[in-house]
Design a binder for this molecule. Structure first.
Ligand code: DX5
Ligand code: ZN
Length: 219
């Protein structure tokens, strides 16, 4: 299994976005996490396709788009055109989650499926064979800089056990409130893709990425 850091640009300094992303890329962050908020599924609004399109040109990182958007099926094709490599949708935001997954596949992108803190692991058990990545939200989606919800660790362990029982190779990504101080617990629970916003972009993104990568290489 590959262990990957996905810095979330939500916490970046947008006037220097390209440079900041480059610092994370040069120090080993293979993915860049792109949080799309629609003001409906979550209270806040962030950014969308035009921003993705422009950053896609300045980095070789895997574009990991996390859609906190109601009925994301409406936008899958546009995300593909804007350069997304992975599209993650929320179980709670889709009327027909299987059709949404299929749409992402039809557009030749990797499929991520996310669940909010209040959604139990059992809700996605039957969908695991259809996805490439399962995203466990460890905060309530909508804002960066929140505190990690400790119950998420049990959920990660449960989902990793389900993946193993079904003999699958699904990545587990965890998002929200992850810092150098608690990332080991998240990895030990069974996650292999770490999203970090404040912990990477609060301070020197290059140095912070380097420190995360030192921990990840032990796994
Ligand atoms: C929250 C977003 C996260 C957020 C993480 O809704 O999905 O990706 O940017 O930020 P931190 O790492 O600051 O909790
Ligand atoms: Zn996110």
């Amino acid at each position: 299994m590959e262990y990957i850091l996905a810095p979330s640009i939500l916490a970046a300094d947008f006037k220097n976005l390209g440079e900041q992303m480059k610092l994370t890329e040069d120090n080993g962050a293979k993915y860049i996490h792109f949080d799309v908020m629609d003001g409906m599924f979550v209270p806040s609004i962030s950014f969308g396709m035009p921003v993705l399109k422009s950053i896609h040109d300045v980095t070789g990182q895997v574009m990991d788009a996390h859609l906190m958007v109601k009925e994301p099926i409406r936008y899958i094709e546009e995300f593909e055109k804007s350069g997304a490599d992975i599209v993650t949708i929320h179980l709670e935001a889709c009327e027909d989650v299987e059709a949404t997954i299929q749409k992402i596949r039809d557009c030749n992108m990797k499929v991520g499926l996310s669940i909010c803190p209040e959604t139990p692991a059992e809700a996605i058990e039957h969908l695991l064979p259809k996805v490439d990545m399962l995203l466990v939200m460890s905060v309530h989606p909508g804002f960066g800089g929140q505190k990690f919800i400790p119950e998420s660790l049990d959920k990660i362990r449960k989902i990793r056990a389900m993946i193993n029982e079904q003999g699958l190779q699904v990545d587990i990504q965890v998002d929200g409130g992850i810092y150098l101080t608690n990332v080991r617990e998240v990895l030990d629970a069974g996650a292999n893709i770490i999203v970090a916003g404040s912990a990477v972009f609060g301070g020197d993104p290059g140095e912070n990425t380097k420190k995360f990568m030192e921990i990840l290489k032990d796994y």
